[in-house]
Design a protein around this ligand. Structure first.
Ligand code: ATP
Ligand code: MG
Length: 588
């Protein structure tokens, strides 16, 4: 029998039912004549509270609410990649086709195309024992990605029959599974999973491999691990979106889940357009081949925005279960936190800091905890890395979303207004940012790139720190009175900032730089530093050193040495040696 209730009160996206409805917590419900999608968020003996993921305008008390028996779930099957969804996995293009406009209400559409035929190769045999996670079929989902169809996590048994390789829809039965209790189920390509529940894994690995991004300040100074978490906080226009796009394009993740929570409706449209045009530099195929987008605009209902990050992470976990490295970009988690705040306000809950609910911290931690490098149920290894942008009002990092996020992420890439204003991009400030993965990743850098990689990195950071303390003095008394060895620190720090940290996302060579070149650049800068130090120790004045253009030459390496021409670094070493000899001669 259908469990139903009658609407008693409506407050924006929140509706109340009186009496004992028999609904369950977190259950999905259909609300009113239009069958709007909702979720039970609070239950007492005589009131049921529901949040509705669609506009409630026009809904009236007295209309009926029907329980579905399921939690809010996503459909997991081929067709997720290259697609664009709203916060509860409804495809935007399909909704547009049905309702003629942007999302309208109560249009019930399938999350994924149920008619499309997918080329399917079965990977199991009759009589085989299978369990949650066993890969039963492979389906080329896009040019870039082979989709692995898996036994749902909670099932185990013997395969009774298997279909031939061929073309099937996501709802066609592919095999019959006899569960351990004797019941028979037909498995298809498609499974459902509740968005608020992490998908199970066998075990979590400690961080050990970097997510290589090709962005020098990230890879070298503040690296994130595969399966790691990072926050990009920054005020208006400081480069949050740009940084996330760069990572989406260039990082060595197999799959990108991009969750956009835009401030303005047209901003999200822009992101969608940009993304559809992006080309995957590694394959030449559209980047969308390995990307799924979840789009929320401010004119979409807040409850859908709240759900979107869970939908996104569930999709990511599903691809991780296949053995892929997945990276999630959430832009921006502040808009998501604002959705929480609005819902909490409607529920008349006791507000905490700046009106955010007291559970803001626990929700943020539950989100970031779903990141990790895992051993999956089927024995494969996969990871979910989470990179969340935070947009604090006025760039003030002391506000609750930034502060709470900081507690749960291990990389902090703090964008700085004055750097962005001075057009130093990426405007990630080297003094406020940090990565707690550095020591976890040091062995990887030593084994795969160079034993000295992290040592060089630490030397760069030390010079930048020295610069920052010297600048305090320079501000007071000017740089002229500094001794030459300190003037040298300032000069080398300038080379590091302009030549290494600054990276132009629009320059074809500089936009993505392999770790080998990052290493060579560090080596060259530190070699220059060593030679200059020797000269200064011998009493050569900095003014003479600066009259040579060697510093500018080293700064320009990022443009002058193509990523494939690393042999040229030998010429630069020679140039530094020549410079050294020249200065010595001049002052002999
Ligand atoms: N790595 C970079 N290289 C070159 N330019 C950059 C880089 N990062 C940011 N910019 C410049 O800064 C501008 C603003 O960046 P972006 O849109 O990413 O900021 P945002 O923090 O997302 O802003 P908003 O607060 O509006 O969301 C870009 O249009 C670009 O011109
Ligand atoms: Mg942005």
């Amino acid at each position: 029998m259908n469990r139903t209730g009658i609407i008693y009160g409506i407050n924006g996206p929140v509706i109340y039912l009186k009496g004992n409805t028999g609904f369950k917590m977190s259950e999905m419900v259909y609300v009113g004549k239009e069958k709007l999608v909702g979720e039970v968020i609070n239950l007492t003996k005589d009131t049921t509270t529901i949040q509705v993921f669609e506009e409630t305008t026009g809904l009236k008390p007295g209309e009926e609410v029907v329980a579905t028996g399921d939690a809010i779930s996503v459909t997991l099957a081929p067709g997720i990649l290259s697609n664009i969804f709203d916060g509860i996995e409804r495809p935007l293009s399909e909704i547009a086709k049905k309702s003629g406009a942007y999302i309208s209400r109560g249009v019930s559409v399938d999350s994924l195309d149920t008619e499309k035929l997918w080329k399917t190769h079965m990977t199991i045999e009759k009589g085989q024992a299978v369990f949650g996670g066993t890969i039963i079929a492979e389906v080329p989902e896009t040019h870039a990605i082979v989709h692995k169809v898996m036994v749902p996590p909670n099932m185990e048994g013997i395969i009774l029959d298997v279909c031939e390789d061929g073309e099937y829809t996501i709802n066609d039965p592919l095999c019959t599974l006899q569960l351990n209790d004797g019941t028979e189920v037909k498995l298809t390509m498609s499974q459902k999973w509740p968005i608020r529940v992490p998908r199970p894994t066998s075990k979590r690995y400690p961080a050990a491999k970097p997510l290589v991004t090709g962005q020098r300040i990230l890879d070298t100074l503040f690296p994130i691990a595969k399966g790691g978490t990072a926050a990009i906080p920054g005020g208006f226009g400081t480069g949050k979106t740009m940084t996330q796009h760069q990572i989406a394009k260039w990082s060595d993740a197999d799959i990108i889940v991009y969750i956009g929570c835009g401030e303005r409706g047209n901003e999200m449209t822009q992101v969608l357009e940009d993304f559809s045009k992006l080309v995957d530099p590694k394959s030449g195929n559209p980047l969308m081949d390995r990307t799924t987008l979840i789009a929320n605009t401010s004119n979409m209902p807040v409850a859908a925005r709240e759900a979107s990050i869970y939908t996104g992470i569930t999709l990511a976990e599903y691809y991780r279960d296949m053995g892929y490295d997945v990276a999630i970009m959430a832009d921006s988690t502040s808009r998501w936190a604002e959705a929480l705040r609005e819902l909490s306000g409607r529920l008349e809950e006791m507000p905490a800091e700046e009106g955010f609910p007291a559970y803001l911290a626990s929700r943020l931690s539950a989100f970031y905890e779903r990141a990790g490098m895992m051993q999956n149920l089927n024995g494969t290894e996969g990871s979910v890395s989470i990179i969340g942008a935070v947009s604090p009002q006025g760039g003030d990092f002391s506000e609750p979303v930034t502060q709470n996020t900081k507690r749960f992420v291990r990389c902090f890439w703090g964008l700085d207004k004055s750097l962005a204003y001075a057009r130093h991009f990426p405007a990630i400030h080297w003094l406020t940012s940090y990565s707690e993965y550095l020591s976890d990743l040091a062995p990887w850098y030593a084994d795969n790139i160079d034993p000295n990689f992290v040592h060089y990195r630490n030397q760069l950071v030390a010079i930048l720190n020295q610069e920052s303390s010297l600048i305090e003095i320079v501000k007071l008394i000017g740089s002229d009175v500094l001794p030459d060895d300190q003037k040298l620190v300032l000069e080398i720090a300038r080379v590091i900032r302009l030549g290494f940290l600054q990276q132009n996302a629009f320059h074809p060579e500089d936009t993505c730089v392999p770790l080998e070149k990052q290493l060579k650049m560090m080596e060259t800068i530190l070699y220059l530093n060593k030679k200059c130090k020797a000269l200064v120790t011998m009493g050569m004045p900095m003014s003479v050193l600066k009259s040579e253009n060697i510093f500018e030459r080293i700064i320009a390496i990022k443009y002058d040495v193509a990523n494939k021409d690393l042999y040229k670094f030998d010429e630069y070493k020679k140039e530094i040696d020549d410079f050294y000899d020249r200065v010595l001669e001049k002052n002999a």
